[in-house]
Design a protein around this ligand. Sequence first.
Ligand code: HMG
Ligand code: MG
Length: 297
Amino acid sequence: ALPKQVKIVEVGPRDGLQNEQAVSLTAKVALVNALADAGVTYIETGAFVSPKWVPQMADSGEVFKTIARKPGVTYAALTPNLKGFEAALDAGADEVAVFGAASEAFSQKNINCSIAESLDRFAPLIAAAREQNIRVRGYVSCVLGCPYQGDVAISDVVRVASELYRMGCYEISLGDTIGVGTPLHAQRMLKAVAEEVPIEHLALHFHNTYGQALANIAACLPLGVATIDTAVAGLGGCPYARGASGNLATEDLVYMLQGMGIATGIDLAKLIHAGTQICTHLNHSPRSQVALAELAK
Ligand code: HMG
Ligand code: MG
């Protein structure tokens, strides 16, 4: 059955801006604050990764320290290892996320280690987070295809997702990193993972490279998934997946869910405003059909 309510995990400030050059601290902070003002309750605000690998996220600590924290909003951070976790804790992140992959080749390119090594690195991070009462989310990349290896077996997705869940991640976010999936494939993948990880602990994180993300989510909603990651204005991509475009635009998902009678708690007009504001800084128009349609009115 369709969920009555969907929790939107806004990843624009992290997944979006990790792919944009020279965005000022002021613009990053303004984006996070505008998203909270629009009613977004979960914002992935930055990443504590190596600044040599992703210089765009080097000022995440300052972003966390400068935002106006709104009660009821979770401000989360991406953390690949214990060093990143400690920096996130220092900055005041409410939650953190580790990120693994279902593809060996992508794991090597993105975090410079094998899937097995990545899980070994996450273990002490998850233990430290538990001690601090910080929840850990777990990403699995390349669940519907890999930019280096091509096809990815659903059994590999199930294996990595269930391992992260077993290790203590409270939610597993299934990433179509390069946006190649189509609806029936997405459904098959989600069904298979949901046999090992309860659906209420699963989230979908679909990039929109081939324009399929909304269709894929529509196909998966009847399976009961109720947490979806999106980026305002369709920002971003992954620096280690060339050609990958941004996540599905938050505006497009909110509009579709509203039409289906599914609550999100987000004010669409304010959300569109948050997206146009950051796009002015980035000097491109929003990659959201809904935002473009509303702005053309
Ligand atoms: P490495 O080079 O193997 O790590 O990188 P290392 O432990 O050998 O350290 C090398 C240097 O990095 C050292 O500094 C460390 O101190 C430093 P040096 O001695 O050379 O001066 N370092 C750090 N600095 C700051 N924060 C840290 C940190 N860790 C080490 N946390 C590493 C391994 C994982 C660090 C690196 O590969 C990395 O940072 N990768 C991040 C890549 C990334 O951010 N990708 C984008 C996000 S993932 C994504 O977008 C997908 C997702 O959206 C889901 C989807 O769409 O599928 C989540
Ligand atoms: Mg992503």
